[in-house]
Design a protein around this ligand. Structure first.
Ligand SMILES: Nc1nc2c(ncn2[C@@H]2O[C@H](COP(=O)(O)OP(=O)(O)OP(=O)(O)O)[C@@H](O)[C@H]2O)c(=O)[nH]1
Ligand SMILES: [Mg+2]
Length: 214
């Protein structure tokens, strides 16, 4: 018997850039679930947003590290009747060629944003599947845990490895990050992991809606 085709979710009904911000007073008011993209510069945050939402060119991607230097907010709805959600593309860290002052201002921007008590957040912590978790990823997972922000580790650029190597890499990452996380393999190139990502974000939205209707 032929295996059923994987269900392919169509692109988001609406996905719009809202604003770029560097300062707290420039952030738009929280609206629905806020999905936060975090990760080393060039790890594929902007590419993941575009593939996840099915909107090429929504978030600017570049082969030059350090492309996203501001917090970029997007407003998204999956269907005409769905609750809106907000996506925040954070500037990447660990950009070796960046001047020290710039690195500091990036850290401050990310730190200020995460420390704010904005409700209903979900962190997506991305790292290239070919790399091991470094101090920054370990610090961020601890930070998110302390701030009570639920998060998902996503191993990007999965198209660069074979299926067997993907499995090993995910297991290694889970170990490096304390054994509690179940990293998800993702590829912006071939769409691997997109359906799982859509499902986990929807599940988080439903949890929030259920808690509001209590
Ligand atoms: N093969 C492959 N390349 C990818 C994938 N995702 C991103 N890339 C490439 O990696 C580079 C960086 O991608 P971006 O999405 O701009 O990365 P970013 O994390 O947003 O980078 P910054 O904005 O600098 O922090 C680009 O050349 C992308 O084409 C993927 O899933 N597979
Ligand atoms: Mg980017």
């Amino acid at each position: 018997m032929a295996r059923p085709e994987p269900q392919i979710t169509p692109p988001a009904h609406r996905a719009e850039f809202i604003t770029s911000a560097t300062e707290i007073n420039q952030y738009p008011p929280p609206l629905g679930l806020e999905v936060i993209m975090m990760g080393r510069s060039n790890c594929g945050k902007s590419s993941l947003i575009n593939r996840w939402l099915g909107r090429k060119g929504l978030a600017k991607t570049s082969s030059t590290p350090g492309r996203t230097r501001l917090l970029n907010f997007f407003s998204v709805t999956w269907s005409p009747t769905a609750e809106p959600l907000t996506v925040v593309d954070l500037p990447g860290y660990g950009y070796a060629a960046a001047p020290k002052a710039m690195v500091k201002s990036w850290e401050n921007m990310i730190g200020d944003y995460l420390a704010l008590a904005r409700p209903n957040r979900l962190g997506l912590l991305l790292l290239d599947i070919r790399r091991s978790a470094q101090k920054e990823e370990k610090d961020l997972t601890r930070w998110l845990t302390d701030l009570n922000i639920p998060f998902q580790i996503i191993a990007t650029k999965a198209d660069k490895l074979s299926t067997t190597k993907i499995k090993t890499a995910l297991a290694d990452l889970a170990k490096q990050l304390g054994g509690l996380s179940h990293p998800l393999a993702f590829s912006a190139l071939n769409g691997q992991g997109r359906e799982d990502l859509i499902a986990l974000v929807k599940a988080r939205q439903e949890l929030i809606q259920a808690s509001h209707s209590l």
